[in-house]
Ligand binder design. Structure first.
Ligand code: FA5
Length: 348
């Protein structure tokens, strides 16, 4: 048996020297340590060996098996490495410093300003929510205190779908769903702080400052002692984050059925710093963001206990903010796909 083991080892070594491909190495594995391989059969022959030698022979066969396994592993690794080197050295050389001529896209101005606004709010504990563009009549109107036949429905020209749903005319259409989603926060002693950007659609005549498809970015904060002062504080912080300078804000009364009291928030013109210029039509102020304290009916429909909690909401005209930031006089350029414009305003 000992002689057989030795013989097998020599045979394996001579075969291994000739194994120059991975397939040949695999064949060798099957031939020696496969189910019916030489070494495996030798193990079967152990039962014929005298009892006092069984232990020693068993050990030697296992050592041979281990030797074969190790040698095959090393040879396999060597061949794999050799293949990689061959592929690399025969590959076409590419100069990665050469200009490719490829045209890369960039982030649209609306997306990039939305991200700036989101970053400011997220840094003060707001969550960013998404919402569908097709919504129910209830979400778009009733849930924000605009019942059927209410004259305020005419404030926003609506695209109605055949199934009775609408293309959302304002991001306020997500208020009800979001209030319901986070109402439990209040019981846990936490505020509700959410912002929700979204694309809105209105069936109106387009001009330099009105599009039928535009973006708003809405925000809500609900809690125990929320007041108009909180609203002013957060809006000022957001504008300073976007324009990177001190911005004054002022409130004027404004009517929206879903807020009481309601306001129009004006920002001091970031271009002339309130002195008056063509962007602010020489008033020093720019109308930017309707807002107000959320109407108790809206809170109730959102599952909020109005005896204990109050909140503010704002509906920033995101597209208008983008126009302001880039000094654009024509809103339609933003949806035009004009590459020259997109290249100038896009960020990487
Ligand atoms: C609303 O849509 C209210 N939902 C906003 C709101 C939310 C008020 C929460 C109070 C509390 P309004 O219709 O004014 O309000 O639109 C808000 C902003 O969207 C406007 O100030 C304007 O900046 C922008 N906007 C409205 N219509 C257009 C349009 N056709 N094109 C571009 N921007 C528009």
């Amino acid at each position: 048996m000992q002689a057989k083991i030795k013989e097998l080892k020599t045979l394996f070594e001579s075969h291994l020297q000739k194994a120059k491909t991975l397939a040949e190495v695999e064949n060798l594995r099957v031939e020696f340590i496969g189910k019916k391989g030489h070494v495996t059969s030798l193990l079967g022959e152990l039962r014929l060996v005298a009892n006092e030698q069984k232990r020693e022979m068993g050990k030697k066969i296992n050592e041979l098996k281990q030797f074969v396994e190790d040698a095959l592993f090393v040879q396999k690794q060597f061949l794999e490495q050799e293949t990689i080197v061959k592929v690399i050295s025969s590959a076409k050389k590419i100069d990665i410093t050469m200009p490719t001529g490829q045209v890369f896209g960039s982030i649209h101005a609306v997306t990039s300003v939305a991200k700036e606004v989101e970053d400011v709010f997220v840094s003060i504990g707001f969550i960013v929510e998404d919402g569908p563009e097709v919504v129910t009549e209830y979400e778009n109107f009733e849930a924000v205190n605009v019942p059927k036949d209410h004259p305020a429905r005419d404030m926003q020209d609506t695209f109605w779908l055949e199934n009775g749903q609408v293309l959302k005319t304002h991001t306020s259409a997500s208020q009800n769903r979001i209030l319901k989603k986070y109402a439990d926060n209040l019981a846990k002693g936490e505020d509700i702080r959410v912002i929700f950007p979204g694309r809105c659609f209105r069936n109106e005549n387009v001009d330099a400052s009105h599009e039928n498809t535009f973006f708003q970015l809405e925000g809500m904060m609900v809690g125990k002692d929320i007041s108009v002062a909180n609203l002013i504080y957060f809006m000022k912080g957001m504008l300073e984050g976007v324009f990177k300078k001190d911005i004054n804000v002022r409130l004027r009364p404004g009517f929206f059925p879903f807020v009481e009291p309601g306001f129009e928030l004006d920002a001091s013109c970031p271009f002339c710093e309130g002195k008056g210029c063509s962007v602010c039509k020489h008033s020093g102020w720019i109308e930017l963001c309707p807002c107000g304290m959320i109407h108790p009916e809206v809170l109730k429909m959102g599952g909020i206990d109005t005896n204990n909690y109050r909140g503010f909401a704002f509906g920033l005209g995101l597209t208008r903010l983008v126009m302001l930031k880039y000094g654009l006089k024509e809103i339609r350029i933003l949806n035009s796909g004009n590459l020259k414009f997109l290249k100038q305003t896009g960020t990487k």
